[in-house]
Design a protein around this ligand. Sequence first.
Ligand SMILES: [Fe+2]
Length: 329
Amino acid sequence: MSSKTPENPAPQQPASAAAEISAATTRPRRPDPSRFIDLALGRMYRWIPGFERIYARHLHPARLNVERVRVRLSSWEPSSHRIRIAHLSDIHLGPIVGRETVRSIFELVAARRPDIVCLTGDFVNHSAREIERYEGLLEILRPELGMFAVLGNHDHYAGRGATIARYLEERGVQVLVNESRHIETPAGPLQIAGLDDLHFGEPDVPKTMSGLDPKLPRVMLSHHPDAFPAARREGFDLVLSGHTHGGQICLPWIGPILKHSRHGYHGGHFEEEGSHLFVSRGLGAVVLPIRFRCAAHLGWIECLPAPAPRLRQPRRERPSRATTPAAES
Ligand SMILES: [Fe+2]
C-alpha cells in the first residue's frame, strides 16, 4: 500500500488500475482459431463410445498435485487460527472431462475439509448445457465458510455467462462479477472480490474495489492472472487465478508449449512487494485430452495472522559467585 500525504497526494489508484486492466484487455475479441479446433475435436470425442471414461481412467493424471501456500495477513490479530482455502480452476466439464473425473477431484478436495472453496472459472468447455452436468457435484464440496467464483473465458463464450452464473448461485456458489463479499472467519474478517474475465467479460476495477475496506485483508479472484500487477498496486494481499493450464503440455527443456500470461505467471505461487498470486494449472483439459508433465493442480492456501511481535526480555543480572549460597558454603 502506498503512503499518502495531503501535501503530496497519491495518484488516483483505482483509475490507474483500471487503465492497467484495460491495457491488458486490448487483445481484440476476434474469433480464436483454437476455439474452433477445440469445438470440432470436442464433437469428434463425443462420437467415441465411452470417451469420458477412458479419459477419467487412463488419460487424466491420477495424481492431484496439491501445492500448499502460506499467506500471512498482518491486519488479523495474532492467534492460532488459520483459514484454509481450496483453490480450483479450469475444470472444463465437457467432451473431454466428464462427471467421473470431476467427482473424484471434488471428493479429494472435500476430504481435506477446506474452510473456503474458490473457483476461478472455465466451469464448462463450449456449451451452456454442460453446466447442467454439475448436478449433484458441487454439493460434495460444502465448505464451512462458503464457495466463491468468477467466470472464465469459456464460460463467457456465446454470451452465456449469466446462465452459468445463475446455475452456480442456485447451488450455493457466490459468483462475483466486479463485486465483493465480506465474511467473518475465526481468524478475523476477510474480503473476497471477483474481477470479471479480462478478455471476454467486462472487468471493472473501481466497481470491484468500491465495497472494500482497505484496512481489512483482501483476496481477489481473477480468471486471468495478468490482473495481478494492478491488484498488487491496489494492495490486495492475495490473488487467485487460473486460465493458463500451466501450458497443459510441458516438454522437457522447453516447458509449457502455450503461454497465456504476458507477465510470465504460467502457474504456481508468486510473491511481489508483499502481495501473493497463486495461478492454478487447472484440473481439466482443452483441445487435446492430454496433460503432459503438468498434473491437475489444486491450490491449498493457508491464511494466517502475522506472528505476534516478540517482546524483548530485560537481561537478567547474573549473581556474582561471591554472593551465591553455594559460594558462601
Ligand atoms: Fe481454461
